[in-house]
Design a protein around this ligand. Structure first.
Ligand code: PMP
Length: 392
Protein backbone atom coordinates (compact mmCIF):
# COMPACT_ATOMS: atom_id res chain seq x y z
CA UNK A 1 0.00 0.00 0.00
CA UNK A 2 1.20 3.48 -0.89
CA UNK A 3 1.91 5.17 2.45
CA UNK A 4 1.40 8.64 0.98
CA UNK A 5 -2.13 7.57 0.10
CA UNK A 6 -2.76 6.41 3.67
CA UNK A 7 -1.32 9.66 5.00
CA UNK A 8 -3.76 11.60 2.85
CA UNK A 9 -6.65 9.47 4.13
CA UNK A 10 -5.62 10.24 7.70
CA UNK A 11 -5.28 13.94 6.93
CA UNK A 12 -8.74 14.15 5.32
CA UNK A 13 -10.33 12.25 8.23
CA UNK A 14 -8.60 14.59 10.67
CA UNK A 15 -10.07 17.54 8.77
CA UNK A 16 -13.54 16.04 9.11
CA UNK A 17 -12.87 15.58 12.80
CA UNK A 18 -11.77 19.21 13.21
CA UNK A 19 -14.88 20.42 11.39
CA UNK A 20 -17.07 18.25 13.65
CA UNK A 21 -18.20 16.31 10.57
CA UNK A 22 -16.59 12.93 11.05
CA UNK A 23 -19.38 10.36 11.06
CA UNK A 24 -19.39 7.03 12.80
CA UNK A 25 -21.78 4.11 12.88
CA UNK A 26 -23.71 3.59 16.10
CA UNK A 27 -25.25 0.11 16.20
CA UNK A 28 -28.72 -0.30 17.66
CA UNK A 29 -31.41 -2.92 17.90
CA UNK A 30 -35.03 -2.46 16.83
CA UNK A 31 -37.56 -3.30 19.53
CA UNK A 32 -41.30 -2.94 19.87
CA UNK A 33 -42.23 -3.50 16.22
CA UNK A 34 -39.30 -1.32 15.11
CA UNK A 35 -40.87 1.92 16.37
CA UNK A 36 -38.30 1.98 19.12
CA UNK A 37 -34.66 1.06 19.25
CA UNK A 38 -32.29 0.05 21.99
CA UNK A 39 -28.84 1.54 22.04
CA UNK A 40 -26.22 1.32 24.77
CA UNK A 41 -28.89 -0.24 26.98
CA UNK A 42 -31.30 2.68 26.47
CA UNK A 43 -34.65 2.57 24.75
CA UNK A 44 -35.43 5.36 22.27
CA UNK A 45 -38.64 6.01 20.34
CA UNK A 46 -37.54 6.16 16.73
CA UNK A 47 -38.31 9.32 14.74
CA UNK A 48 -35.64 8.77 12.11
CA UNK A 49 -36.86 5.57 10.47
CA UNK A 50 -38.51 5.55 7.03
CA UNK A 51 -40.80 2.71 8.14
CA UNK A 52 -43.78 5.01 7.53
CA UNK A 53 -46.43 2.31 7.78
CA UNK A 54 -44.78 0.17 10.43
CA UNK A 55 -44.32 -2.75 8.03
CA UNK A 56 -40.65 -3.57 8.75
CA UNK A 57 -41.66 -5.95 11.55
CA UNK A 58 -45.16 -6.80 10.30
CA UNK A 59 -45.96 -10.52 10.73
CA UNK A 60 -47.35 -10.85 7.19
CA UNK A 61 -44.04 -9.67 5.70
CA UNK A 62 -41.94 -11.77 8.06
CA UNK A 63 -44.03 -14.88 7.39
CA UNK A 64 -43.87 -14.55 3.61
CA UNK A 65 -40.13 -13.79 3.70
CA UNK A 66 -39.63 -16.94 5.76
CA UNK A 67 -41.94 -19.02 3.57
CA UNK A 68 -40.26 -17.95 0.34
CA UNK A 69 -36.81 -18.55 1.85
CA UNK A 70 -37.89 -22.04 2.90
CA UNK A 71 -39.28 -22.85 -0.54
CA UNK A 72 -36.81 -21.05 -2.83
CA UNK A 73 -33.64 -20.60 -0.77
CA UNK A 74 -31.95 -17.46 0.52
CA UNK A 75 -30.06 -16.48 -2.61
CA UNK A 76 -30.91 -15.76 -6.24
CA UNK A 77 -27.51 -17.35 -7.07
CA UNK A 78 -26.78 -15.12 -10.09
CA UNK A 79 -27.77 -11.99 -11.95
CA UNK A 80 -31.16 -11.90 -13.66
CA UNK A 81 -29.83 -12.52 -17.19
CA UNK A 82 -27.79 -15.51 -16.09
CA UNK A 83 -29.95 -17.79 -13.91
CA UNK A 84 -31.17 -15.41 -11.17
CA UNK A 85 -34.49 -14.57 -12.78
CA UNK A 86 -36.90 -16.69 -10.75
CA UNK A 87 -40.61 -17.01 -11.46
CA UNK A 88 -41.01 -14.93 -8.30
CA UNK A 89 -39.39 -11.90 -9.94
CA UNK A 90 -41.74 -12.12 -12.92
CA UNK A 91 -44.85 -12.49 -10.77
CA UNK A 92 -43.79 -9.60 -8.58
CA UNK A 93 -42.98 -7.34 -11.52
CA UNK A 94 -46.45 -7.94 -12.98
CA UNK A 95 -47.96 -7.14 -9.59
CA UNK A 96 -45.87 -3.98 -9.33
CA UNK A 97 -46.89 -2.77 -12.78
CA UNK A 98 -50.54 -3.26 -11.78
CA UNK A 99 -49.88 -1.42 -8.48
CA UNK A 100 -48.29 1.53 -10.27
CA UNK A 101 -50.69 1.43 -13.24
CA UNK A 102 -47.92 1.10 -15.81
CA UNK A 103 -47.34 -1.30 -18.68
CA UNK A 104 -44.26 -2.85 -17.07
CA UNK A 105 -41.98 -2.80 -14.04
CA UNK A 106 -38.47 -3.96 -13.23
CA UNK A 107 -37.01 -4.79 -9.82
CA UNK A 108 -33.59 -3.39 -8.95
CA UNK A 109 -31.38 -3.99 -5.97
CA UNK A 110 -31.56 -0.67 -4.14
CA UNK A 111 -32.91 2.79 -4.71
CA UNK A 112 -29.46 4.31 -4.89
CA UNK A 113 -28.33 1.74 -7.42
CA UNK A 114 -31.57 2.13 -9.40
CA UNK A 115 -31.23 5.88 -9.82
CA UNK A 116 -27.57 5.74 -10.64
CA UNK A 117 -27.78 2.79 -13.01
CA UNK A 118 -31.07 3.59 -14.73
CA UNK A 119 -30.19 7.22 -15.46
CA UNK A 120 -26.82 6.10 -16.82
CA UNK A 121 -28.54 3.58 -19.11
CA UNK A 122 -31.09 6.12 -20.37
CA UNK A 123 -28.29 8.57 -21.12
CA UNK A 124 -26.03 6.22 -23.06
CA UNK A 125 -24.87 8.06 -26.17
CA UNK A 126 -26.34 5.39 -28.45
CA UNK A 127 -29.85 6.56 -27.45
CA UNK A 128 -29.33 10.01 -25.93
CA UNK A 129 -26.67 11.25 -28.34
CA UNK A 130 -23.64 13.15 -27.14
CA UNK A 131 -25.38 16.22 -25.76
CA UNK A 132 -28.57 15.38 -23.86
CA UNK A 133 -29.91 18.19 -21.68
CA UNK A 134 -30.80 17.07 -18.18
CA UNK A 135 -32.83 19.44 -16.02
CA UNK A 136 -32.63 18.30 -12.39
CA UNK A 137 -34.22 19.72 -9.26
CA UNK A 138 -31.42 21.09 -7.11
CA UNK A 139 -32.59 18.95 -4.18
CA UNK A 140 -33.00 15.71 -6.11
CA UNK A 141 -31.46 12.80 -4.19
CA UNK A 142 -27.70 12.23 -4.33
CA UNK A 143 -28.23 8.96 -6.21
CA UNK A 144 -29.74 10.85 -9.16
CA UNK A 145 -26.94 13.40 -9.20
CA UNK A 146 -24.41 10.56 -8.98
CA UNK A 147 -26.11 8.81 -11.91
CA UNK A 148 -25.95 11.96 -13.99
CA UNK A 149 -22.32 12.50 -13.03
CA UNK A 150 -21.47 8.91 -13.93
CA UNK A 151 -23.19 9.35 -17.29
CA UNK A 152 -20.94 12.37 -17.86
CA UNK A 153 -23.83 14.51 -19.06
CA UNK A 154 -24.43 18.19 -18.66
CA UNK A 155 -26.71 18.81 -15.70
CA UNK A 156 -28.82 21.95 -15.60
CA UNK A 157 -30.15 22.38 -12.09
CA UNK A 158 -33.33 24.29 -11.42
CA UNK A 159 -34.17 25.88 -8.08
CA UNK A 160 -35.98 23.48 -5.81
CA UNK A 161 -39.60 23.02 -6.93
CA UNK A 162 -39.40 26.31 -8.84
CA UNK A 163 -41.19 25.41 -12.07
CA UNK A 164 -40.98 28.95 -13.39
CA UNK A 165 -37.20 28.63 -13.16
CA UNK A 166 -37.42 25.27 -14.93
CA UNK A 167 -39.65 26.74 -17.66
CA UNK A 168 -37.18 29.62 -18.14
CA UNK A 169 -34.27 27.19 -18.44
CA UNK A 170 -36.17 24.98 -20.90
CA UNK A 171 -36.96 28.07 -22.95
CA UNK A 172 -33.35 29.26 -22.80
CA UNK A 173 -32.05 25.93 -24.15
CA UNK A 174 -34.90 25.41 -26.61
CA UNK A 175 -32.72 25.89 -29.68
CA UNK A 176 -30.15 23.25 -28.70
CA UNK A 177 -30.16 19.77 -30.21
CA UNK A 178 -30.31 16.61 -28.11
CA UNK A 179 -33.08 14.98 -26.08
CA UNK A 180 -34.32 16.62 -22.89
CA UNK A 181 -34.84 14.97 -19.52
CA UNK A 182 -36.48 16.33 -16.37
CA UNK A 183 -35.40 14.56 -13.17
CA UNK A 184 -37.05 15.10 -9.79
CA UNK A 185 -38.64 13.52 -6.71
CA UNK A 186 -42.35 13.43 -5.98
CA UNK A 187 -41.78 13.79 -2.21
CA UNK A 188 -38.45 15.28 -1.18
CA UNK A 189 -36.54 13.21 1.31
CA UNK A 190 -35.16 15.95 3.55
CA UNK A 191 -37.97 18.51 3.26
CA UNK A 192 -41.15 16.46 3.02
CA UNK A 193 -42.60 18.73 0.35
CA UNK A 194 -44.07 17.56 -2.95
CA UNK A 195 -43.37 18.29 -6.59
CA UNK A 196 -46.25 19.74 -8.59
CA UNK A 197 -46.60 16.74 -10.90
CA UNK A 198 -49.42 18.01 -13.16
CA UNK A 199 -47.42 21.19 -13.86
CA UNK A 200 -44.25 19.14 -14.47
CA UNK A 201 -46.16 16.93 -16.92
CA UNK A 202 -47.42 20.05 -18.71
CA UNK A 203 -43.86 21.38 -19.04
CA UNK A 204 -42.48 18.01 -20.13
CA UNK A 205 -45.16 17.78 -22.82
CA UNK A 206 -44.70 21.37 -23.96
CA UNK A 207 -40.93 21.02 -24.35
CA UNK A 208 -40.86 17.35 -25.41
CA UNK A 209 -38.96 16.13 -22.33
CA UNK A 210 -38.54 12.67 -20.84
CA UNK A 211 -39.93 12.91 -17.28
CA UNK A 212 -38.18 10.81 -14.60
CA UNK A 213 -39.54 10.87 -11.04
CA UNK A 214 -38.37 9.27 -7.80
CA UNK A 215 -41.22 8.10 -5.56
CA UNK A 216 -39.03 6.69 -2.78
CA UNK A 217 -40.94 8.57 -0.08
CA UNK A 218 -44.40 8.56 -1.68
CA UNK A 219 -44.70 4.84 -2.44
CA UNK A 220 -47.12 3.27 0.03
CA UNK A 221 -47.99 6.60 1.60
CA UNK A 222 -49.52 8.94 -0.97
CA UNK A 223 -51.69 8.77 -4.08
CA UNK A 224 -54.70 6.52 -4.57
CA UNK A 225 -54.41 3.53 -2.18
CA UNK A 226 -50.81 4.47 -1.48
CA UNK A 227 -49.74 3.78 -5.07
CA UNK A 228 -47.68 6.98 -5.21
CA UNK A 229 -48.35 10.46 -6.53
CA UNK A 230 -47.56 9.34 -10.09
CA UNK A 231 -50.65 7.09 -9.94
CA UNK A 232 -52.92 10.10 -9.52
CA UNK A 233 -55.42 10.20 -12.43
CA UNK A 234 -54.25 13.75 -13.34
CA UNK A 235 -50.77 12.48 -14.26
CA UNK A 236 -51.19 8.76 -14.86
CA UNK A 237 -49.64 7.78 -18.19
CA UNK A 238 -47.87 11.15 -18.53
CA UNK A 239 -44.63 10.26 -16.71
CA UNK A 240 -42.06 8.27 -18.66
CA UNK A 241 -40.39 6.51 -15.77
CA UNK A 242 -41.23 6.26 -12.08
CA UNK A 243 -38.77 4.76 -9.65
CA UNK A 244 -39.34 3.89 -6.02
CA UNK A 245 -37.96 1.83 -3.19
CA UNK A 246 -39.14 -0.99 -0.97
CA UNK A 247 -36.92 0.06 1.93
CA UNK A 248 -39.15 2.80 3.26
CA UNK A 249 -42.97 2.58 3.61
CA UNK A 250 -42.93 -0.96 2.19
CA UNK A 251 -40.79 -2.07 5.09
CA UNK A 252 -38.25 -4.23 3.24
CA UNK A 253 -35.44 -3.65 0.80
CA UNK A 254 -34.94 -3.14 -2.93
CA UNK A 255 -36.23 -0.82 -5.62
CA UNK A 256 -38.31 -0.75 -8.76
CA UNK A 257 -38.88 1.20 -11.91
CA UNK A 258 -42.35 1.36 -13.46
CA UNK A 259 -42.44 2.31 -17.13
CA UNK A 260 -43.30 1.12 -20.65
CA UNK A 261 -42.39 -2.39 -21.78
CA UNK A 262 -40.03 -0.83 -24.30
CA UNK A 263 -38.08 1.08 -21.64
CA UNK A 264 -37.97 -2.01 -19.43
CA UNK A 265 -36.56 -3.96 -22.34
CA UNK A 266 -33.85 -1.33 -22.82
CA UNK A 267 -32.85 -1.57 -19.15
CA UNK A 268 -32.75 -5.37 -19.23
CA UNK A 269 -30.39 -5.13 -22.20
CA UNK A 270 -28.25 -2.11 -21.39
CA UNK A 271 -28.47 -1.15 -17.70
CA UNK A 272 -25.14 -2.27 -16.25
CA UNK A 273 -26.32 -1.97 -12.63
CA UNK A 274 -29.12 -4.40 -13.45
CA UNK A 275 -27.17 -6.75 -15.69
CA UNK A 276 -24.07 -7.27 -13.57
CA UNK A 277 -25.57 -7.56 -10.07
CA UNK A 278 -26.96 -10.62 -8.31
CA UNK A 279 -30.77 -10.49 -8.26
CA UNK A 280 -32.76 -9.77 -5.10
CA UNK A 281 -33.19 -12.99 -3.12
CA UNK A 282 -36.46 -14.85 -2.36
CA UNK A 283 -36.96 -13.72 1.29
CA UNK A 284 -36.62 -10.07 0.24
CA UNK A 285 -39.08 -10.69 -2.61
CA UNK A 286 -41.49 -12.37 -0.17
CA UNK A 287 -41.54 -9.30 2.06
CA UNK A 288 -42.17 -7.07 -0.96
CA UNK A 289 -44.97 -9.32 -2.18
CA UNK A 290 -46.72 -9.25 1.21
CA UNK A 291 -46.28 -5.46 1.45
CA UNK A 292 -47.87 -4.99 -1.98
CA UNK A 293 -50.88 -7.03 -0.82
CA UNK A 294 -51.21 -4.98 2.35
CA UNK A 295 -50.51 -1.43 1.21
CA UNK A 296 -53.76 -0.76 -0.71
CA UNK A 297 -55.75 -1.79 2.38
CA UNK A 298 -53.96 0.55 4.79
CA UNK A 299 -56.22 3.59 4.42
CA UNK A 300 -56.63 4.01 8.20
CA UNK A 301 -52.85 3.95 8.67
CA UNK A 302 -52.38 6.59 5.96
CA UNK A 303 -55.05 8.78 7.58
CA UNK A 304 -53.27 8.41 10.90
CA UNK A 305 -49.95 9.34 9.33
CA UNK A 306 -51.50 12.45 7.77
CA UNK A 307 -52.92 13.40 11.16
CA UNK A 308 -49.54 12.91 12.88
CA UNK A 309 -47.92 15.16 10.25
CA UNK A 310 -50.51 17.91 10.71
CA UNK A 311 -50.18 17.76 14.47
CA UNK A 312 -46.38 17.91 14.51
CA UNK A 313 -46.28 20.79 12.00
CA UNK A 314 -48.85 22.79 13.95
CA UNK A 315 -46.98 22.30 17.22
CA UNK A 316 -43.61 23.23 15.71
CA UNK A 317 -45.16 26.36 14.18
CA UNK A 318 -46.39 27.28 17.69
CA UNK A 319 -42.87 26.79 19.00
CA UNK A 320 -41.49 29.06 16.27
CA UNK A 321 -39.62 26.19 14.57
CA UNK A 322 -39.47 26.32 10.76
CA UNK A 323 -40.84 23.21 9.02
CA UNK A 324 -40.29 24.53 5.51
CA UNK A 325 -42.85 23.46 2.91
CA UNK A 326 -43.51 20.01 4.39
CA UNK A 327 -46.96 18.57 3.71
CA UNK A 328 -46.15 14.90 4.31
CA UNK A 329 -44.93 12.41 6.92
CA UNK A 330 -41.44 13.95 6.71
CA UNK A 331 -41.31 17.05 8.89
CA UNK A 332 -38.02 18.90 9.07
CA UNK A 333 -37.39 20.93 12.20
CA UNK A 334 -35.00 23.34 10.51
CA UNK A 335 -32.60 24.79 13.08
CA UNK A 336 -30.04 26.27 10.70
CA UNK A 337 -26.80 25.87 12.54
CA UNK A 338 -25.11 22.46 12.67
CA UNK A 339 -24.34 22.77 16.35
CA UNK A 340 -27.94 23.68 17.16
CA UNK A 341 -29.16 20.59 15.29
CA UNK A 342 -26.66 18.33 17.06
CA UNK A 343 -27.57 19.82 20.45
CA UNK A 344 -31.29 19.33 19.77
CA UNK A 345 -30.71 15.69 18.74
CA UNK A 346 -28.70 15.13 21.95
CA UNK A 347 -31.48 16.71 24.03
CA UNK A 348 -34.07 14.46 22.42
CA UNK A 349 -31.88 11.43 23.01
CA UNK A 350 -31.71 12.36 26.70
CA UNK A 351 -35.51 12.37 26.63
CA UNK A 352 -35.58 8.87 25.09
CA UNK A 353 -36.19 9.89 21.48
CA UNK A 354 -34.12 9.21 18.37
CA UNK A 355 -34.16 12.07 15.84
CA UNK A 356 -30.88 12.26 14.00
CA UNK A 357 -29.44 15.65 13.06
CA UNK A 358 -29.09 16.07 9.29
CA UNK A 359 -26.27 18.39 8.29
CA UNK A 360 -24.39 19.51 5.19
CA UNK A 361 -23.57 18.07 2.73
CA UNK A 362 -26.85 16.10 2.98
CA UNK A 363 -28.68 19.44 3.27
CA UNK A 364 -27.50 22.88 2.14
CA UNK A 365 -25.28 24.96 4.46
CA UNK A 366 -27.40 26.74 7.07
CA UNK A 367 -30.18 24.15 6.65
CA UNK A 368 -29.20 21.73 9.44
CA UNK A 369 -32.25 20.09 10.91
CA UNK A 370 -33.85 17.28 12.75
CA UNK A 371 -35.57 15.29 10.04
CA UNK A 372 -38.63 13.96 11.83
CA UNK A 373 -39.90 10.89 10.01
CA UNK A 374 -43.36 9.98 11.23
CA UNK A 375 -44.99 6.59 11.07
CA UNK A 376 -48.54 5.30 11.31
CA UNK A 377 -47.07 2.98 13.94
CA UNK A 378 -46.22 5.91 16.23
CA UNK A 379 -48.72 6.16 19.05
CA UNK A 380 -50.33 9.44 20.04
CA UNK A 381 -48.39 9.15 23.29
CA UNK A 382 -45.15 8.84 21.31
CA UNK A 383 -45.98 12.02 19.38
CA UNK A 384 -46.83 13.73 22.72
CA UNK A 385 -43.36 12.87 23.99
CA UNK A 386 -41.74 14.22 20.85
CA UNK A 387 -43.63 17.49 21.08
CA UNK A 388 -42.88 17.87 24.79
CA UNK A 389 -39.19 17.34 24.12
CA UNK A 390 -39.16 19.91 21.31
CA UNK A 391 -41.08 22.55 23.27
CA UNK A 392 -39.07 25.69 23.97
N1 PMP B 1 -34.18 8.17 -3.60
C1 PMP B 1 -34.51 8.89 -2.52
C2 PMP B 1 -35.34 10.11 -2.71
C3 PMP B 1 -34.08 8.49 -1.24
O1 PMP B 1 -34.39 9.23 -0.17
C4 PMP B 1 -33.32 7.32 -1.11
C5 PMP B 1 -32.89 6.78 0.24
N2 PMP B 1 -32.21 7.63 1.03
C6 PMP B 1 -32.98 6.61 -2.26
C7 PMP B 1 -33.44 7.05 -3.49
C8 PMP B 1 -32.12 5.39 -2.20
O2 PMP B 1 -32.89 4.28 -1.91
P1 PMP B 1 -32.26 3.01 -1.18
O3 PMP B 1 -32.19 3.36 0.26
O4 PMP B 1 -33.21 1.89 -1.49
O5 PMP B 1 -30.92 2.78 -1.76
Amino acid sequence: MDTAFLDRLDARLAELDDAGRRRSLRPLRPVDGAMAVERDGRRLVNFSSNDYLGLACHPALIDRAAAWAAEWGVGATASRLVCGSFELHAVLEAKLAAFKGTEAALILNSGFQANEAVLSALLLPEVAGTAPLVFADRLAHASMHEGLKAAGVRQIRFRHNDLQHLADLLEKHAGEPGPRFIVTETVFSMDGDRADLPALCDLAERFGCFLYVDEAHATGVLGPQGRGLAADPAVKGRIDLVMGTFGKALGGFGAYVACSARLRDWLVNRCAGFIYSTALPPPVLGAIDAALDLVPTLEAERARLTAHGGRVRAALADYGIDTGASTTQIVPAVLGDERAALAAAARLEEAGLLAVAIRPPTVPAGGSRLRLALSAAHTDAGIDRLLEALAP
